[in-house]
Design a protein around this ligand. Sequence first.
Ligand code: SF4
Length: 499
Amino acid sequence: MSDAVTTEAAASCHGSSKTALREAATKAGSEAMERYAADYPVGPHDQPQSMCPAFGSLRVGLRMRRTATILSGSACCVYGLTFTSHFYGAKRTVGYVPFDSESLVTGKLFEDLRDAVHQIAKPADYDAVVVINLCVPTASGVPLRLLPKSIDGVRIIGIDVPGFGVPTHAEAKDVLAGAMLAYARQEAELGPVMAPRTGRSQVPTVTLLGEMFPVDPISIGRMLEPMGLAAGPVVPTREWRELYAALDSAVVAAIHPFYTASIREMQSAGRTIVGSAPVGRDGTEAWLEAIGQAYAVPRAKIDAAKNAILPAITGALAGMPIKGRITVSGYEGSELLVARLLVESGADVPYVGTACPKTPWSEPDRAWLEARGVRIQYRASLEQDLEAMRELAPDLAIGTTPVVQAAKERGLPSLYFTNLISARPLMGPAGAGSLAQVVMTAMANKGRMHEMKAFFEGVGTGASAGIWQDLPKDRDPELRQQQLVQLKKRAKSEEAIGC
Ligand code: SF4
């Protein structure tokens, strides 16, 4: 283990340069850094401003049956991560192995982690134990690869998920899903493995990559039926044994396009990957065609599948038209799909910002949207999302929390992407109807937003917001200006990490 990076230097999101931390992690033996750099390419921004990336991996582990998760990192990071996971309804305890400078640099932390894993890995309770190295242990090279691969049949999965290596929490989901698929693939290659709880499918299946609203896989299954196919498991899976079934599908649909490590495992198993998703009429038509061709389904059956669903989608889109200008930004990875559905519903969508990178699996969506004049910003920063909102003056801003907050300040209707858009169906006729309903309701609030803005007019903004006897004053604008210049200079030379 390396002591190249001390706790003090690395313990905060802004404590040291990302490049230095990456180098330290690589020197300390973390093999993950190079792989992450290739899997999750940065640029034009290296770190979109979203939550701690490790949340993605944590959430995937916490949602799986018979899976324990242990975090290894600074207490403040672990506090934030456990808080967020329980805010989002986790019903499972998060394990934590604390450390201090001494246990970190002497290697005692690794021994403590190994002890914790031995204590918890009971086959009666768990199929798998996930150990996640956060920023400091990754930069210090705590070698999770040296943990036992399994204990009494319980798989041990150790992953590094630092803010300086994994750009978004969406991609961190892929880090764990990919590690689990790699493990399960090796198991399947060595001999018979367990069937899914519901038994093996009698017809060929399509594995679905990406977390989606529970009704979406059911809708997709119905769309596939006329071709003699069925929806397979959704990855990240909810149980270990589903991983084998996911690997079993000859065709994998990259519904969310950022699952690079998972796709690598699928391709290593000889699977065909299909990009985009069945959203809207055009999206569904193209997707069914691509799936049918990937499975060499006869033309008549592909056409039958299309004929069975497309009129209903056209009807749903026409029945719930969306009128108005909408900007879309988010960090879930489904932003382009949502934009497609909005455009097909009649909305004017001039801008889509996604914190995720450009990948081959969203190319059909990029081409479709750009052909309709939509500007797409990959790895979008908050500043770009806000600038788009200001410049384009939409009737509705769909975005992350700070975008929604800025929209409210301007008296613009807004919807939080994660809680209000991701939490509803997108596929098939259900998707068209459901999205239009929430969007139109929000846009109808324009008058109320203006009334609210007028009501609060004159109560000040920023530091002077509120009712004051002595209004807080910007004491020294010059000093403030100097500080801003210094901060900008520092930011250039010293890149901040993580949150
Ligand atoms: S990104 Fe920030 S919160 Fe997350 S582990 Fe790193 S330092 Fe902690």
